[in-house]
Design a binder for this molecule. Structure first.
Ligand SMILES: O=C(CO)[C@H](O)[C@H](O)COP(=O)(O)O
Length: 230
């Protein structure tokens, strides 16, 4: 996973943005390159209005003088550029490795177009090797966890359900104040059904399956950048 490849994918996505666009800014090490490149354009007079998907991205964009707004002030975006943890069939995605999945999904769904940037290690034949992040309310954690475990059994998960911890060993808390349970499936054979089953659990705020949202992916490898279209 080279930074050069991530930057190359980010540079391709930058070609999609036009002056005056309202742009969703993703989260993660690949999206960080895109924000850096956009910042260079803004410094040269490029006009845009952006909605960040995390406090981390907001801080980065603000430091680069990228004009920011939120989805209370505006209700639609032209495009969102974001990274992904896995890119599966039909540009289905797993996201949330960085813990920003809720805001990322809200921003992607409010965008006319979502474009993903990644290196080739993210492309998979079937989703599920990467543990699926499930953002849950703190209230009722035990009950929510039990319901989630039943869903894991129904969907033949090959791995465990783990409460995400931060580097200090405490529960990781999202920008929205929630917790994350990472569910290792191994192979997700029915993503739509799994999505619905997860959303049916009252304590689940959102999950990291992004289905039908991504329209294009720029995937970088040592051989160059490949474009995958929905
Ligand atoms: O979903 C995300 C954050 O919630 C990121 O987009 C995803 O984790 C990819 O990150 P990176 O580009 O660092 O591999």
């Amino acid at each position: 996973m080279s930074e050069i490849e991530k930057r190359q994918a980010a540079a391709c996505a930058l070609e999609e943005v036009r002056s005056g666009m309202r742009i969703g800014l993703g989260t993660g090490s690949t999206a960080r390159h895109f924000v850096d490149l956009l910042g260079e354009r803004v410094a040269n007079g490029f006009e845009c209005l952006c909605v960040p998907t995390s406090e981390t991205t907001a801080d980065q964009a603000a430091a680069l003088n990228i004009p920011l707004t939120d989805l209370e002030t505006i209700d639609r975006l032209d495009i969102t550029i974001d990274g992904a943890d896995e890119i599966g069939p039909g540009l289905s995605l797993i996201k949330g490795g960085g813990g920003a999945l809720l805001r990322e999904k809200i921003v992607a769904a409010a965008s006319d177009r979502m474009v993903v940037i990644a290196d080739s290690s993210k492309v998979v034949e079937a989703l599920g090797r990467f543990p699926l992040p499930v953002e849950v309310n703190r209230f009722g954690l035990g009950a929510t966890r039990r319901s989630l475990e039943l869903v894991l059994v129904e969907h033949q998960a090959q791995g465990a359900l783990n409460l995400r911890l931060n580097s200090a060993g405490n529960p990781f808390v999202t920008d929205g104040g929630h917790l994350i349970l990472d569910a290792l499936f191994g192979r997700i054979s029915a993503p739509e059904a799994l999505s619905q089953a997860l959303l049916n659990i009252p304590g689940v705020v959102q999950h990291g399956l992004f289905l039908g949202l991504c329209k294009r992916a720029y995937v970088a490898s040592p051989d160059g950048v490949r474009t995958l279209n929905d």
